[in-house]
Design a binder for this molecule. Sequence first.
Ligand code: 4AD
Length: 430
Amino acid sequence: MLTTIKEAAAHVGQEVKLGAWLYNKRSSGKIMFLQLRDGTGFIQGVLLKNQVSPEIWEDAKKLTQESSLYVWGVVRQDERAPSGFELDVTKIEVIQVADEYPIAKKEHGVDFLMDHRHLWIRSPKQRAILNIRAEIIRAVQAFLDKHGFTRVDPPILTPSSCEGTTNLFHTKYFDEDAYLTQSGQLYMEAAAMALRKVYSFGPTFRAEKSKTRRHLIEFWMIEPEMAFVDHEESLKIQEQLLAHVVQSVLDHCQAELKTLDRDISALEKVKAPFPRITYDEAVELLHKEGFADFKWGDDFGAPHETKIAESFDRPVFITHYPTEVKAFYMKPDPNRPEVVLCADLIAPEGYGEIIGGSQRIDDPELLEKRYEAHNLPREAYQWYLDLRKYGTVPHSGFGLGLERTVAWICGLDHVRETIPFPRMLNRLYP
Ligand code: 4AD
């Protein structure tokens, strides 16, 4: 039966069989070192010419990078090995000698690597990122499941927008116009009225013509929505959720963080509660920090968010944005209707906004007024208004952008490496 590299520790002194790929090979005369990977980890296999048959030695000599093979060997503990173990190879069976591998061990340009993304994901750094992404998803779901949330899956094809019409992804739905979802939120609000605390986890689409290191065309969002929960309580859930996610990565992904050379001390500071500032305070801070032209009522861009984040060593909530810059469904502050009960959570170290959330308008008349102010077609939103007519209640929710969270936790320059196959402006391949 096959063992995996991850399970090597349980087999010290025993002969095991691995299914693997050759990552690298070195040889010096009568000894050959095979760097093997099997998807669960990396291990060095040591082959001694005088201990294997001549056929096996010749087969091993033919192995090229990414050749696939079965390997038999005895697991040996070795403190010097990065994985802590080595394999004294007794036999190999070649499945395929691979063609010349395009991703050599030298530096490649980003476009080249993106064109070869289907192969690039095999490299140690990319594997580490994808493992951390999976851990983040597990941690989010574990937290939400434990706190009584029910997962609900909203549709991907929709007749209307959630986050404004400028970056809608248009498609045809037989004879009708349709759009790929920008956010499952409106459907989650319906679901919260049925199941109280719900969350969605799925892909969302924004046809954003911006080419920044934070924007993807297709990205994944986790969107909790909670009936009878106000803005304040929602912020508490957000900070607890994120602190739990970071702790889970620290608990389970130390090897991956090391591969990525991530500064662990920055992550260890991520404990709830997070600092909060209002939009007004953030504007004041920007004025002091050299953004003298920034006007009250403008939305923050990446340089503004980065400057604000510099004042904090943990994620920071910016609350109470001007009503005019935010989405139609956000509830105005009863004490000050020109701002809304909302918050964006800005990650430290310049990673930008990772969560956007708000308390939702629960008053049907006010919601209708907002439709008018935003020029929204009544027919497409009639069902959403129904939610305010049949037992409306205070409710809140938020959207956590998975890829930006991965970029921050992994310490990556760009979101393109946070998702297996990124969809970006000018990139639909592979
Ligand atoms: O702030 P946004 O637009 O909020 C919503 O869509 C709400 N309907 C969510 C809700 O309340 N249920 O997006 C939420 C998060 C952002 O904070 C960001 O992390 C991520 O989604 N995001 C993107 N990530 C990658 N590429 C893009 N183009 C993104 N746009 C938003």
